[in-house]
Design a protein around this ligand. Structure first.
Ligand SMILES: Nc1nc2c(ncn2[C@@H]2O[C@H](COP(=O)(O)OP(=O)(O)OP(=O)(O)O)[C@@H](O)[C@H]2O)c(=O)[nH]1
Ligand SMILES: [Mg+2]
Length: 200
């Protein structure tokens, strides 16, 4: 009997699964990023931005936005047949930050998305991962209409340590997001190797 085509005799690969967080300020494109690459229908916890939330929800700069993440986004991407990433998008708004500790449990690393029009909105996420020594990679989500700056200038404005990788990206584009995710994994692996070298 033939099972499949050329897979006969090949032992099944048990993929390594890694947990990656997607963080950053309000409306920076976290839900969009998870949706762009997920091979399963992403789980979203979007609620309408309502009149009731108006006093606390700062929608300046994201006027076209009608919903917001209240708990998390969840998606999955197979980077290689033996490497699967589970993506956890965090809620951007301050009032939902209590979720972050829960979500960051067991995370290998994180993507911090930034929008050059509102860089300060990503400071909290950067601080959060720096304090907990969770490796992160900054993805500058290039919205059209937003001014483009050299990576060096954005790094300086975000006050990033030299070892923190930063790349420009488009949260809607699968290939662009994949590159950022590969960047996170590589950075996290390098950090882990460095820590091992220090402790042995
Ligand atoms: N032009 C452009 N629009 C984008 C891009 N990324 C996201 N958007 C739009 O920006 C808005 C905000 O995106 P979301 O993905 O909901 O942002 P979020 O970071 O999940 O927001 P919160 O969960 O509320 O913090 C949506 O209307 C997206 O369609 C981008 O790269 N370019
Ligand atoms: Mg969201």
């Amino acid at each position: 009997m033939i099972f499949g085509r050329s897979e006969r005799g090949k032992p099944p690969v048990e993929p390594v699964t890694l947990k990656i967080l997607v963080a950053g300020g309000f409306g920076v494109g976290k839900t969009t990023l998870v949706g762009a690459v997920s091979e399963i229908r992403p789980l979203r916890t979007e609620e309408l931005l309502t009149e009731a939330g108006r006093p606390v929800d700062d929608t300046r700069g994201v006027e076209g936005k009608h919903t917001t993440t209240v708990a998390m986004d969840f998606g999955r991407i197979t980077l290689r047949e033996d490497l699967v990433l589970y993506l956890f998008g965090t809620p951007g708004q301050e009032r939902f930050w209590f979720m972050w500790d829960e979500l960051s449990e067991g995370a290998l690393g994180a993507v911090v998305l930034a929008d050059t029009r509102r860089l300060e909105d990503s400071f909290a996420a950067i601080d959060y991962f720096e304090r907990r020594a969770i490796p992160f990679h900054v993805g500058v989500n290039c919205f059209e209409g937003a001014a483009r700056y050299p990576a060096e200038d954005v790094r300086r404005a975000l006050d990033l340590d030299d070892h923190v990788p930063l790349t420009m990206c488009d949260a809607r584009d699968r290939e662009s997001v994949k590159e950022v995710l590969i960047g996170v994994v590589q950075h996290a692996m390098a950090q882990a190797a460095q820590r091992r070298a220090v402790t042995t």
